[in-house]
Write a protein that binds this ligand. Sequence first.
Ligand code: NAP
Length: 280
Amino acid sequence: MTAPEFRLIGHPVGHSISSQIHQRLFQLSHTNGNYQLMDVCPDELEATVEKLRNLSGFNVTIPFKQKIIPFLDEMDKRAARYGAVNTIKCENGRLTGYNTDADGFLHALTSAGIRLKGNVLICGAGGAARMMACEALERECSLTVATRTIGSAQIFADDLKKSYPDADLSACALVYASGSFDLILNATPCGMYPDVEGCPIPRQVARSAKAVFDAVYNPNPTMLLKKSAAAGAKTQGGLTMLVWQAAAAHEIWYDAKFRDDDILRICIEMEQILKNEFAQ
Ligand code: NAP
C-alpha cells in the first residue's frame, strides 16, 4: 500500500523540526505516513493548494494561516472563531480546515500545571495571540493585550470585544506593561533564536508573574521564562505546544491516539535535536 502523504507549507520553513516530530508520531501510531516540508512563495499558494488536494492532509504555517481560508471547502467551528487554520484534512479532493494550535497550547499549560484563569497578560496581536485570547476569554479571564505600539493592541482588543462584549479587556504597549499577573502568555517572536537576550516585557513584570507560557520554543527556556522561573513562577515553553498541535493533527487525519508520556518523550527528543543544531 502506498504511504499516505502529508506536507507542511510555509515561508520560510527551512529550520522547522516538524518533519522529525511527524515522523515520530507516525512511528508511534504504526502508520507509514510521509511528511515533507514545502517552502512556498506567497504568490504560489493557490497553485500549491490545487496540487495538495489529492494528498491525505497538510499543515500550514506563517504566512498562510489566514491566507489559506478562501481555498477551503469547509472550516471547523474553532478555526472559524480564531480566523486561522493550521491543519487541513483532504477527503476526495475536498479540504476541511482545523486549528490544532489551541490543542497544543492547552495541553502545554496542563502538562506544566498552569491554569488558564485570573488576570492574564498576552504579548502580541497576531494569530497565536488571537487563539490564546479567545481561549482565555472563553474561561472569563481578565485580559490585558500588549504590543510594541499601543495602536495594534487597541485594534486587537476592540476586535475581541465584538465577540466578547462583556469581557474585562484592556490594551497597553509592551514597554509600559506593569503590575502582577496570574499568567503571562508570550505570542511574539521576541526571545527567539538568535534574539536570545530578548524579553518582550519589563523584567519586573516577568518576575512578578505566578505562571508564564512562551510560544517560542528555541531556545528553551527563553529569557522571559528564565526571569520568571527564577522568581518562582511555573513556566512552560513552546515545544510542548508544537508537539501536541502536531499530535492533534494526526488525530484529525486518521484518528490516531497518543499517550501523554509518549508525547513527553518526543518533546525531550526534539529539545535535544534543537540543542545539537543550535549548540545552546
Ligand atoms: P504573527 O501572526 O506574525 O504575530 C506576531 C506578533 O508578534 C505580532 O503581534 C507582532 O507585532 C509581534 N512581534 C513581532 N516581532 C516582535 C518583537 N520583536 N517584539 C515584540 N513583538 C513582536 O505570528 P503568530 O503566528 O501569532 O506567532 C507568534 C509567535 O508564536 C511566533 O514566535 C511563533 O513562532 C510562535 N508560535 C509557536 C507555536 C508553537 O507551537 N510553539 C505555534 C504558533 C506560533 P507587530 O505587528 O508589531 O509586528
